[in-house]
Write a protein that binds this ligand. Structure first.
Ligand code: ADP
Ligand code: MG
Length: 239
């Protein structure tokens, strides 16, 4: 079943007297356990698309349906609650709360959803251990490397068991080795938990870990690569 579906989704921005079509009638669908990369040149509409999928930005046209529920039919408060429960996201800057520890940053997402019982808090610890951060639970974000911070951000985006996880350039500030570590862990979690995952990346090498690549250009889908051979060939062009 498709967890996420968009039908002819568009977003236009008005800048002074001109109209920019940032996303232009994009239709796509993503199944449970499927990890998709959104790639394309700067300005092609990737971040705008992701923000709409996250329910953070309202489309100018078209429809976004998550778990059978159209986002556009929800009131603002319904959408906010729906987003908290069903969607997790990670951004380029990891957006961790600086004065909270690693564990507290992840537990915060449980608190926001009113699910911070003993068992859930143990799951937060277990997830951080799995992500190789077992000895950093009480560290502050500033005491961590960029890769460690991104892994905390991934733990935070996934701890409340969303059905969808979205990441915008999660490896932008990392060297290749750390980037591979972060994306491979992310892929593993998406596959193991049967989530729908979308990652925006400008680093085509990271496509090795995804199941499908959607290339955008000028707000539209230019090409979709679905076979392992095609995707790996694309990734190899960046080596
Ligand atoms: P990408 O993430 O692929 O670089 P964006 O979604 O950020 O692309 O941008 C797509 C287009 O929309 C670009 O032309 C960009 O300048 C424009 N754009 C993005 N955000 C805004 C905004 N808030 N106001 C006006 N134009 C915007
Ligand atoms: Mg962007």
């Amino acid at each position: 079943m498709n967890i996420l579906e968009t039908c002819m989704v568009s977003k236009t921005y008005q800048v002074q007297n001109s109209t920019i079509k940032a996303v232009d009638e994009v239709s796509l669908s993503i199944k449970a356990g499927e990890f998709v990369a959104l790639v394309g040149p700067s300005g092609s509409g990737k971040t705008t698309m992701l923000a709409m999928l996250a329910g953070l930005l309202t489309p100018s046209g078209g429809s976004i349906v998550i778990n059978g529920q159209p986002l556009e039919r929800m009131s603002d408060s319904q959408r906010t609650r729906f987003r908290r429960q069903n969607i997790g996201f990670t951004f380029q800057s990891s957006n961790l709360v600086p004065y909270l520890s690693v564990l507290e940053n992840v537990e915060l997402m449980l608190k926001v959803n009113g699910r911070d019982g003993r068992q859930e808090r143990q799951q937060a610890r277990d997830l951080l251990v799995k992500l190789g951060l077992g000895d950093r639970l009480n560290s502050k974000p500033s005491q961590l490397s960029g890769g460690q911070q991104q892994r905390v951000a991934i733990a935070r985006s996934i701890i409340h068991n969303p059905d969808i996880v979205l990441a915008d350039e999660p490896t932008a500030s990392l060297d290749t080795e750390r980037a591979i570590q972060v994306v491979s862990v992310f892929a593993e979690l998406i596959h193991a938990r049967r989530l729908a995952g979308v990652m925006v990346t400008h680093d085509l090498r990271m496509c090795r870990y995804v199941d499908r690549v959607i290339q955008m250009q000028d707000g539209r889908i230019r090409q979709v690569l679905s076979s392992r051979a095609e995707i790996d060939a694309l990734a190899a062009t960046a080596d």
